[in-house]
Structures are given as C-alpha cells and as structure tokens.
Design a protein around this ligand. Structure first.
Ligand code: NDP
Ligand code: 8X3
Length: 256
C-alpha cells in the first residue's frame, strides 16, 4: 500500500496536536478524516489543506456521544472508509486545584472525554482497522501525567494511566491482526490545553509556557507520524516525550 492510499482518522483535530497531526499526515499524502466539536475550525482546516492538494473529510463529533461516533464511522465516504491509522487525540484536563476543591462535574467531563470517548472511537473503528490489518495502527494520546503524579493531576492523570494500560491490553487482543497500538505520552506542550484547563485564563497559560521551550504541536505530530509509518513489523508500545527543559522534581515532604 502506498502512502497516498492511506487514511488517518483523528479526533480533536480543531487544535493543538490533533490539528498538527492532520497537517503532518496530509503533507505526506495521506487522506485525512478530521473530527472535533468546533465545526468552523474543521471547515477552516479543510479549506487550507484542500488548497494544498490534500484529501480531507471533516465531521463534527463529540467523542463522548457513542451514537454520534458510530454514525460518523458508518457515514464515512467510501474513499475514507479504509482506515490505516486512528489517532485518539481528543482530550482535556480541567480543575488544576486539589481534589478536595474540585467540582465533581469536571471529574466527570474528563472521564467522559479521555476514557469513555477514547473507547467509543476505538470500538467503532476496530473492525475497519482489523480489515486493514498489517501496517494499521492506533495511536493513543496519553501523557506524562499517566505515570508521574503531581498536585492537581487527580482524575486527569488517572485517565491517562487508563490510556496507557488500555493501549497495552489492546495490543494483547490485537496480536495476530497486524494492528499496532502505541501510547504517545508527551509532557509540557504549548497548545490550548492550559487555556482549557484553567477555563479561559490566558495569562495562566502564557505564564506556564513563558521563559522555557515547551514541545510544540508539530513536535508531537512528527512522532505520531513516525510511529504510524514504521515498518509494519515494528510496534512502539509507549513513547514518552519531554521538552529538553522539563524534568522531574524531588518528592514533596510534609514537615512539622
Ligand atoms: P488542545 O486543547 O489544543 O486540543 C484538544 C482537542 O481535543 C481539541 O481539538 C478539542 O476539540 C478536542 N476535544 C476536547 N473535548 C472533545 C470532545 N468531547 N469531543 C471531541 N473532541 C474534543 O490540547 P492538546 O492538543 O494539548 O491535547 C490533545 C491531547 O493531548 C489530549 O488528549 C491531551 O490530554 C493530550 N496531552 C496534552 C499535553 C499538553 O501539555 N498539551 C501533554 C500530554 C498529553 P473541540 O473542542 O473542537 O471538540
Ligand atoms: C499534559 C501534560 O504535565 O500538564 O498531559 O500533565 S501535564
């Protein structure tokens, strides 16, 4: 199969990693299915990529709605129905405050999006991916937060730990089908992530990314493209990516 016949299905393609991933695969001649909730952003992306000669199909989609997910998959135009790569990217963090101060609705939104949404899309696309077989892949966006605890990480980090273990368990079940699964786990990355997490606090977002060199969406998109285009006998199980200027801190200790 040559590159230009391959199709990538991306969730959360309206911003950040998802949008950069759509651009990266389109530039390589892949057909792109770009989904997300903000239709006007999908339309702008489609116009831009089509002007560059790409084949792109857009669908407004909230991954939390399993009926809508199934309908988007069932309604894929024939040219976009043979999926080679699923990028489960849609996700968010909310409520950076400690667990004891969090609004329960924010925990539910993260679970519904990062866990339920991701399994909704995976379940709907597994038949197509298995039909593709060798060379197919599922790339799930985990996070350093799935492995490394930090204050205010609570349900967000736990949801990304789910993504990691679900990825490994999928690998077990998909053994023999040719379908690969990777948990791509970035650290500090400059996207709309912090704006969403702080519910629109642009200055908090600017503060987090200023004076350092965070990962950019294109850096992560390049690695997603890399794992999806490795030789078909190669599976990267987990890829953790950090900015060079990010590392770990010592344990916190409560003292008298
Ligand atoms: P952005 O906020 O820039 O992008 C998030 C994307 O997810 C948007 O396109 C948004 O689209 C989409 N999304 C959110 N909720 C839903 C939903 N219910 N249904 C469909 N789409 C949804 O953040 P990032 O690009 O940074 O985040 C992408 C992924 O990477 C997330 O899973 C995040 O947890 C993960 N990540 C981010 C890191 C970072 O530091 N930035 C580091 C590690 C992982 P729309 O609102 O239009 O639906
Ligand atoms: C996003 C990176 O460090 O804010 O997943 O959890 S972090």
């Amino acid at each position: 199969m040559t590159d230009h016949q391959q199709t990538v299905f991306i969730t959360g393609a309206t911003s950040g990693f998802g949008r950069a991933t759509a651009e990266r695969f389109a530039a390589a001649g892949w057909r792109v299915v770009a989904t997300g909730r903000r239709t006007e952003r999908l339309e702008a992306l489609a116009t831009r990529l089509r002007n560059d000669g790409a084949d792109i199909h857009i669908a407004t989609l909230d991954v939390r709605d399993s009926d809508a997910v199934q309908k988007v998959v069932a309604d894929l135009p024939a040219a976009f129905a043979n999926i080679t790569c699923l990028v489960n990217n849609a996700g968010l963090a909310l409520a950076p405050e400690p667990s004891q101060s969090v609004d329960l609705a924010d925990w539910h939104t993260m679970i519904d999006t990062n866990i339920t949404g991701l399994v909704n899309v995976t379940h709907a696309l597994l038949p197509a991916l298995i039909r593709t077989g060798k060379g197919a892949s599922i790339v799930n966006l985990g996070s350093v937060a799935g492995q490394w605890p930090y204050p205010g990480g609570h349900v967000y980090g736990a949801s990304k730990a789910f993504v990691e273990q679900f990825s490994y368990n999928l690998r077990c079940d998909l053994l023999g089908t040719g379908v690969r699964v990777t948990d791509v786990a970035p650290g500090l990355s400059q996207t709309e992530f912090t704006l969403v997490r702080t519910k629109g606090d642009q200055s908090a977002s600017d503060r987090l990314y200023s004076g350092t060199d965070p990962l950019q969406p294109e850096d992560v998109a390049a690695q997603i493209f890399h794992v999806a285009t490795l030789p078909e006998h190669v599976n990267i199980n987990r890829m953790e990516i950090m900015a060079t200027r990010q590392a770990w801190s010592p344990f916190a200790i409560d003292r008298d």
